[in-house]
Design a protein around this ligand. Structure first.
Ligand SMILES: Cc1cc2nc3c(=O)[nH]c(=O)nc-3n(C[C@H](O)[C@H](O)[C@H](O)COP(=O)(O)OP(=O)(O)OC[C@H]3O[C@@H](n4cnc5c(N)ncnc54)[C@H](O)[C@@H]3O)c2cc1C
Ligand code: SF4
Length: 338
């Protein structure tokens, strides 16, 4: 590990001032991703700006009937928050499907959005990787790519975003609030993460000198017909091969509104308005769900080892939509075990 400086910010303005003053500084929150990357020599910040004391730890109701979640709310606290359980159960389920209890206790809401890909070549500094070292090449395209993307890839990078929480936030149409040297701004969740294109080193549209302060959820939470389905190699403590978050508004057996997004298949949570529109007004049935899944995956493309993901994603989508329509989410409970 190389030497690095350390400073603790006492308020958001100071955090922004500190990060703006050093182009190679990084914020540290729970440290569950950043410290690993520093140990592997993938991230080499010249200094760490500790933001853990900032007053961003509240979950508050908004005047519009939604929730504002501070960027430093730990993943565990958020998953078990009563208002999440009552009003946004798909979010609690998605968080609890990720990592382990110990990691979720440390991991922050803001840090979860900014966790980096788990592509093994990204972690292996002996191999070329455009995300780690722009212009060096992509070892995964002709390498071991079983866990890699099937949608939205480029010739520069086929990595996936590993977060579970973000897939649910995409379905909920969340907004990311950020602060930087020029003030505050809000970024729609759909625009927060990027596709790799020819700049895979940039995962998000967050400015280098900006800090995430909060995530806002609109009022609509899909309390009855929802699911988060995660398919992985082990039953727990593993990243998604494919995951699906679903929120439906039902009128009897008729779908009034459908939202669904895939995780583990692209550089960002994958949602498609055309596939969703095809469900609106339809009677819930396996055939209707199959058509929606086919539409969602119409541009999917496999590589040497991950073609199986296309069929896996199709089946997982159909299953998740069926579970949500029946009101029987098969997902981890966010009732606290005492
Ligand atoms: C073994 C293991 C298994 C895991 N399994 C899963 C899983 O199955 N599913 C899943 O979704 N996740 C999983 N995770 C990832 C985990 O959820 C993330 O590491 C965690 O959410 C990151 O949050 P953090 O607060 O620790 O971030 P940090 O490590 O502190 O920071 C991560 C990045 O975010 C930046 N940052 C942090 N907060 C802010 C902010 N407020 N504003 C601007 N920048 C900020 C940091 O500078 C850094 O670049 C796993 C992690 C590990 C180690
Ligand atoms: S897929 Fe992306 S992260 Fe993985 S080796 Fe290629 S460029 Fe790097």
């Amino acid at each position: 590990m190389i030497n690095f400086g350390y400073a603790r910010a006492n308020d958001v303005a100071e955090a922004v001032r500190l990060i703006a003053a050093d182009p190679n500084a990084k914020f540290i929150a729970g440290g569950t991703n950043l410290v690993d990357l520093m140990k592997e020599d993938v991230e080499r910040p010249t200094s760490l700006i500790d933001i853990t004391r900032l007053p961003l730890t509240k979950v508050e109701e908004t005047s519009g009937g939604g929730l504002r979640i501070g960027a430093l709310v730990p993943n565990s606290d958020l998953a078990f928050h009563p208002l999440i359980g009552q009003r946004y159960p798909v979010l609690g389920s998605a968080i609890l499907a990720g990592a382990s209890q110990q990691l979720r206790n440390m991991a922050s809401t803001g840090g979860n959005l900014l966790q980096r890909t788990r592509c093994a070549y990204f972690y292996d500094t002996a191999t070329p990787c455009n995300k780690r070292e722009p212009g060096s090449g992509c070892s995964a395209i002709n390498g071991i790519n079983r866990g890699h993307a099937i949608l939205g890839t480029s010739e520069a990078c086929i990595a996936v975003h590993p977060s579970d929480m973000c897939v649910a936030l995409r379905v909920l149409d969340a907004t990311v609030h950020v602060a930087g040297p020029s003030g505050e701004r809000a970024i729609a969740f759909a625009d927060f993460h990027r596709l790799p294109g020819d700049t895979p080193q940039r995962d998000t549209n967050l400015g280098r000198d900006e800090i995430i302060t909060a995530i806002e959820l609109p009022a609509q939470g899909f309390t009855k017909n929802y699911t988060y389905l995660k398919i992985r190699d082990r039953l727990s403590y593993a990243f998604a091969l494919v995951s699906v978050a679903v929120g439906l508004e039902m009128d009897g057996n008729t779908i009034r509104q459908a939202r669904f997004a895939l995780g583990g298949v692209a550089h960002k949570p994958w949602r498609d308005p055309t596939a969703e529109a095809a469900l609106n007004g339809q009677t819930a049935s396996p055939e209707v769900f199959r058509r929606a899944a086919d539409t969602l995956l119409r541009d999917a493309k496999g590589y040497a080892h991950n073609t199986f993901k296309i069929e896996l994603a199709r089946r997982a989508t159909i299953r998740a939509l069926s579970q949500a329509a029946r009101g029987t989410p098969q997902s981890q409970s966010n009732k606290k075990i005492v």
